[in-house]
Ligand binder design. Structure first.
Ligand SMILES: [Zn+2]
Length: 194
């Protein structure tokens, strides 16, 4: 039976690398995969899943308006063996429900990858419903500057001061966000000597 998986973590844990490796493993065996990523993420150009260690693959995109179940229905072929979704924190509740239908009605495994919480320590809609509905929850470990496991995402300004307000969706590069352990997130210490 197919399952819905949620690989969750703070940022810079290697989620996209894992997604691309999983896709490669299917394709190496002659199967096809469907990749999705969030439409407003243009860090690496349009419609790509790219990892920090240099791997990249073309991908379909989703935004809040996409009927994900119908989109998978229209794009899948008899060779489609797996659906992989990056930036899954940006999924809506309805899209998570759509992915549940892909698993339960089409019997295709769905692997989602996303952030556990935003830079204010609040939940994302997609992650919230994936944490509730996924068959399998897998934590991908990121590391704080102190060496402990990072479970939070800090956003900081040009003075390296942690930001405690702002819009949830504002995707930057590594210069604006950093993964922290809970203690250093609460204290607002974004680097070792900071
Ligand atoms: Zn720390």
């Amino acid at each position: 039976m197919a399952k819905l998986y949620f690989y969750y973590s703070a940022m810079n844990a290697g989620k996209s690398t894992r997604l691309l490796q999983s896709s490669f493993n299917y394709r190496e065996r002659g199967m096809d995969t469907l990749l999705y990523t969030f439409k407003f993420d243009d860090r690496f150009g349009e419609a790509k899943v790219a990892s920090r260690i240099g791997l990249a693959s073309e991908a379909n995109t989703f935004d809040a308006d996409l009927d994900l179940f119908s989109d998978v229905l229209s794009k899948r072929t008899t060779k489609t063996a797996c659906i992989l979704v990056d930036e899954a924190q940006f999924l809506t509740k309805n899209q998570v429900h759509g992915l549940c239908r892909v698993v339960d009605e089409l019997d295709i495994p769905v692997l989602t990858y996303g952030l556990r919480s935003d830079f204010l320590g609040e939940s994302f809609e997609g992650s919230k419903y994936l944490l509730m509905l996924a068959d399998e929850l897998v934590e991908v470990k990121a590391v704080c500057h102190c060496g402990k496991k990072a479970i939070m995402n800090a956003k900081y300004d040009s003075n390296k001061k942690i930001m405690r307000s702002g819009e949830q969706i504002d995707i930057g590069g590594n210069e604006k966000y950093t993964p922290l352990c809970r203690k250093h997130f609460m204290e607002g210490v974004i680097e070792r000597d900071g």
